[in-house]
Structures are given as structure tokens and as C-alpha cells.
Ligand binder design. Structure first.
Ligand code: HEC
Ligand code: HEC
Length: 325
């Protein structure tokens, strides 16, 4: 397939992306990640956020921290098909990474949290995750002289829910992973990718993957239905891989609009080769099989094995070094 022959939807979406100012490098539907995140708080607040992110006292039995499901030394993803919360309770969806999450239009597969601050309400209170509550968390943190002092030094109003959320969110706004080889390529270093990786990138655009996976994250900036072609959920149930669940309803759970049933935020593909399993239901851990599933259900075609392999090679160029995180 020639790169010029892009799926019709791709053009429309690419044009919308330009108008939305999402940032497109020299005609490419993707742009490099900035070298720094979006945090504006002082280093002391960010360090406080890092400590809170890794503090198990945010869970009711002091067993689980944010980092339990989003390990910082593991690209912010636990590599579980579904995460285990307190008492080993199984969650309803696969855990996306927290790295680069600051660039998403909203948080969660169904976008139910508009900000990283608001996002923290969910895991703290979720029965399957931390099973706690803010009053419980605050009283535990208050009992720790170290925290009480740090909050008092940094905030006029000391230890409050808002300040806990702010510190965690600001820490998350430092979790950017720049300098993948693909970023270097987008900045003009053509040789940063091998010939077959460049062929994979051309195929990614030519098949129309970039209609949905575009911008800085190659994702994260729109919602689309899972199964534009064919019924992904009926097929999954027919295979015996899971009956439809509430979480499968996607964006509909947030808006109640029947048009939004089975719509999900298009996930970022940054570091994707390092963060299996894939999809909201963790349906597969194999990157090449995820590419085939996308071809079948999002583009209505069986992608030839050699093209799947090349697209896979391209996706691996989105792996970035972890640096000091
Ligand atoms: C028990 C495991 C677990 C714990 C603990 C947990 N998370 Fe998550 N996290 C998940 C899962 C699962 C999702 C996806 C849920 C969904 O989309 O419905 C998620 C989603 C997210 C997202 C959205 C990412 C995106 O791309 O949409 C962010 C940000 C996040 N978590 C941060 C945190 C923070 C901060 C904490 C601690 C306050 C935390 N998580 C605690 C499992 C966990
Ligand atoms: C019409 C929009 C659309 C198109 C086109 C599309 N995708 Fe996706 N992609 C999505 C959505 C939505 C999801 C999440 C689906 C889910 O979780 O159920 C996704 C998920 C993925 C994932 C899993 C990421 C993760 O972390 O779980 C990969 C990998 C992926 N897509 C690659 C591709 C490739 C390669 C192509 C082209 C062959 C492609 N996509 C085409 C919308 C699209």
C-alpha cells in the first residue's frame, strides 16, 4: 500500500487535529514529546507527590500504593491483565500507564476524570483498588509527623485532600518519557529509524492507524468505538473469552448517550511494547496480535503478516529510556 492512499477518515481526523492545534510535525500526524512534563509546582511539592504515590497508607489496609499498580521502574504499568487491589480483589479493566498520562484529553478508558487531580478520587475509593476514603487517608497521614510537617511547610492550609491530590498530580506531570528513537526521527534525524522501522511507520499511516493514534501520544486525544467493523464483544463472548461487562460500555458509562456505547479513549502508544497486556480488557499480551485485532475491528481488514511485523517494528521505536524516574 502506498502511503498516499490513506483511509478517508484519516484525512478528516488529521485535518481536525491540525485545527485543534494538537501539534503535528511537518505534515506528520504525530509530534515529539517535550523534554519536560507539565508540572509547575516546586520540587518540594513534587517530591511530596512522589512519596504519596508510593505510600501504601492510601489503601484501607496499608497494603497497596498507586505504584503497586503503576510501578515507576516498570513504565507505570503492572503488566497484569487486570490489577489486584486490596485483598487481591480483581479490577474491571487493564491498568494503563501513568507515564505521559498528563497529555491525555481525560483520564481512564472512558474518560470519566477530567484532570489528574480528580482521577485520584477513584482508586482511593474504589472497592477493588484501595477501598479507602479521603477522611481515612487524611487521618493516617496526619498521624505521621513527617507528612504533617511537610504539608504545613508547603501549603497555607496544610494537609488537605486538595493538597494531597495536587501533589500527586504534579508528580505525575513530571512522568514524561521523551527521546524515543521515533522522537528523534520526528525532530529530523531520519537515520534514527532503520529502513524497516520507517516502512512500518509508513504502513501505520497508510492503513489508517494514525486516523485514531496521532498527536504527541499517538493516541490519548479522541474516543472511538471498539469494533467499528464487526462486533468485538460478541466475538469475544463466542470465543469464551469473557461476557460483556459494564466496563465494556466505555464512554456510555460517563455520558449515558447510546451513541457512546463501546467507545473508549484511544490509548497512547508511547512505550506500548513494554506495557502489555493490551486493550481495556487486557485481551492479549502479544503486540502483533493487538495489531491484527486493530486491523480487523477498527479498519475492517486482515493485515498481511509481513506488514504486521513491520508495524510492530515501528511501534518498538516508541520505547523511550526511563531516565531518573
Ligand atoms: C489496584 C490497582 C490500582 C491502583 C492502586 C491505582 N490504580 Fe490507577 N489505574 C488502575 C486501573 C485498572 C486503571 C484504569 C481504570 C479505568 O480506566 O477504568 C487506572 C487508571 C489510572 C490513570 C488513567 C490513565 C489513563 O491513561 O487513562 C491514572 C492517571 C492513574 N490510574 C493514576 C493512579 C494514581 C495516582 C493512583 C493512586 C492514588 C492509582 N492510579 C492507583 C489501577 C490502579
Ligand atoms: C478507529 C480508531 C482506531 C484505529 C483506526 C486504530 N486504533 Fe488502535 N486503538 C483504538 C482504540 C479505541 C483502542 C482501545 C480499544 C480497547 O481498549 O478496547 C486501541 C488500542 C490499540 C492498541 C493497544 C494499546 C494499549 O495500551 O492497550 C494498540 C497496540 C493499537 N491500538 C494499535 C493500532 C494499530 C497498529 C492500528 C492500525 C493497524 C490501530 N491501532 C488502528 C482505536 C483505533
Amino acid at each position: 500500500m502506498r502511503p498516499g492512499r490513506v483511509h478517508g477518515v484519516a484525512w478528516v481526523l488529521a485535518a481536525l487535529t491540525v485545527f485543534a492545534g494538537v501539534g503535528v510535525t511537518a505534515g506528520e500526524p504525530a509530534s515529539p514529546l517535550p523534554s519536560k512534563g507539565l508540572a509547575t509546582a516546586s520540587p518540594a511539592v513534587i517530591e511530596l507527590g512522589r512519596a504519596l504515590f508510593q505510600d501504601t497508607r492510601l489503601s484501607t489496609d496499608n497494603s497497596i500504593s498507586c505504584a503497586s499498580c503503576h510501578p515507576l521502574d516498570h513504565y507505570g504499568s503492572d503488566n497484569q491483565y487486570r490489577s489486584h487491589g486490596v485483598d487481591g480483589r480483581l479490577g474491571e479493566t487493564n491498568a494503563p500507564t501513568v507515564f505521559n498520562a498528563m497529555f491525555n484529553i481525560a483520564q481512564f478508558w472512558n474518560g470519566r476524570a477530567g484532570t489528574l487531580e480528580r482521577q485520584t478520587d477513584f482508586p482511593v475509593n474504589d472497592h477493588n483498588e484501595m477501598a479507602s476514603s479521603w477522611p481515612e487517608v487524611l487521618s493516617k497521614l496526619n498521624a505521621s509527623p513527617d507528612y504533617a510537617e511537610r504539608f504545613a511547610a508547603l501549603f497555607d492550609d496544610g494537609l488537605t485532600v486538595t493538597n494531597v491530590q495536587h501533589a500527586i498530580a504534579e508528580f505525575e506531570r513530571t512522568l514524561v518519557t521523551p527521546d524515543s528513537r521515533f522522537d528523534r526521527y520526528l525532530r529530523g534525524d531520519v537515520e534514527a529509524l532503520t529502513a524497516s522501522e520507517r516502512a512500518g511507520w509508513r504502513l501505520f499511516k497508510a492503513y489508517g492507524c494514525s486516523a485514531c493514534h496521532q498527536g504527541r501520544l499517538l493516541g490519548g486525544n479522541l474516543y472511538t468505538r471498539m469494533g467499528l467493523f464487526g462486533d468485538y464483544f460478541a466475538d469475544r463472548a463466542a470465543r469464551g473469552d469473557g461476557d460483556p461487562s459494564d466496563a465494556d460500555l466505555g464512554r456510555f458509562q460517563v455520558t449515558g448517550d447510546p451513541e457512546h456505547k463501546y467507545q473508549f479513549k484511544v490509548p497512547s502508544l508511547r512505550n506500548v511494547a513494554l506495557t502489555p497486556p493490551y486493550f481495556h480488557d487486557g485481551a492479549t499480551s502479544d503486540l502483533l496480535s493487538a495489531i491484527r485485532i486493530m486491523g480487523r475491528y477498527q479498519l475492517g481488514r486482515e493485515i498481511a503478516p509481513e506488514d504486521v511485523a513491520l508495524i510492530g517494528e515501528f511501534l518498538r521505536t516508541l520505547n523511550a529510556p526511563l531516565g531518573t524516574m
